[in-house]
Design a protein around this ligand. Structure first.
Ligand SMILES: [Zn+2]
Length: 73
């Protein structure tokens, strides 16, 4: 029970961090430029950082999610 709640809270916090790192303006820019993000684990092309975070949490929950800046470097 408690573990499930903590996981939900962690996910909510991750969403807040992602939102802070990826304001709507940069998401639009990323979409205009196509799938510029790539999952470091399975090399899946992903349109924007928020989706990268969602993908990592869903598919690779044990992996550390890289910062948005690391994709632009
Ligand atoms: Zn992946």
């Amino acid at each position: 029970m408690t573990r499930g709640l903590q996981k939900q809270q962690a996910r909510a916090n991750a969403d807040k961090r992602a939102a802070a790192h990826a304001p709507p303006k940069s998401q639009l820019k990323a979409m205009a430029e196509g799938n510029k993000f790539k999952c470091p684990k399975c090399m899946l092309m992903i349109a924007n950082y928020k989706l990268v975070v969602q993908h990592m949490e869903a598919k690779h929950p044990k992996e550390v999610i890289p910062s948005e800046a690391s994709f632009n470097a």
